[in-house]
Every structure is written in structure tokens, then in C-alpha cells.
Design a protein around this ligand. Structure first.
Ligand SMILES: [Zn+2]
Length: 58
């Protein structure tokens, strides 16, 4: 699979993915699937970008 690294939407998606992953790595509640007040918008932003990106692949 070729990574479309030049696609701005993909870069935004990956940035959101990284932010969510980095937050979860240091946050117990988020690791338990109970997003904390700080993590909640980060995770939601990631899911939004994921939907946008996956929708674009269809
Ligand atoms: Zn958290």
C-alpha cells in the first residue's frame, strides 16, 4: 500500500491519530475507554478525521 503522504487530508488524519495516541499513552482513563475531559475532544477530532478520510476513499 502506498501512503498518500502528499494528501493534506491524510496528513490531518495522521496528526489527529498521533495526538490521540500520544494522549492515550499517558492517560489512564482514556486507556480504559473512558475519555477524560482533556482527551475527549482529541479522540472526537480523530474520529471525525477518520470518517472524513475513509469517506474520501469510497
Ligand atoms: Zn485522557
Amino acid at each position: 500500500m502506498t501512503m498518500p503522504v502528499s494528501d493534506p487530508q491524510f496528513i490531518t488524519y495522521m496528526a489527529a491519530f498521533r495526538a490521540a495516541t500520544e494522549h492515550t499513552a499517558t492517560c489512564g482513563p482514556c486507556q480504559d475507554g473512558r475519555p477524560c475531559p482533556v482527551g475527549d475532544p482529541i479522540h472526537r477530532a480523530f474520529l471525525t478525521e477518520k470518517d472524513v478520510w475513509e469517506g474520501k476513499q469510497k
